[in-house]
Write a protein that binds this ligand. Sequence first.
Ligand code: AR6
Length: 163
Amino acid sequence: MIKLILGDITKLKVDAIVNAANAELVPGGGVDGAIRRAAGHELSEACERLGGCPTGEARLTLGFHLPARYVIHTAGPVWQGGDQGEAELLRQCYRSCFKQAMEKDIETIAFPCISTGVYGFPKQKAAAIAIKEMHFFENRFSEIIACCHSEEDRRIYLQVLGK
Ligand code: AR6
């Protein structure tokens, strides 16, 4: 089941939340900053030990002080106009996260709108990619949550979901 919510991903009691990180896995703003603040310094230490995550890949840590058991960190592509393989890299992000989740028997997983903040990926295009990948993995999980942080994002996701 795909569920759409408007809210703060750090508050969700799910098996795993996904973080829109950078390839160095160093502290950033946006959802990464919110997750690090809520999870505590242990999360940043765990990220440091991982030593990075190439764009399109994903890495798993514990959630530490979060209600979520795990955080799956993925580095989305920076939008550069669309002819630098950005769409395929964003697809890879979702797939890599789902693969990490399946290795850990994660049943419930929540995603932010990867790459659509600081990285500037057009929201409509990104939502279409996100929903397509969520549908592809839908029957492997009990709940896949698309966690929008703005009313605008929620509207776009509703449109893409055909609701
Ligand atoms: N809960 C859910 N979604 C959120 C939250 C939250 N608490 N806070 C922000 N968002 P961004 P990117 C949404 O910029 O574009 C970081 O500095 C936000 O509204 O966080 O992939 C990293 O370190 C937007 O829809 O990630 C990287 O350097 C979405 O999260 C870089 O930014 C993603 O926005 C990654 O850029």
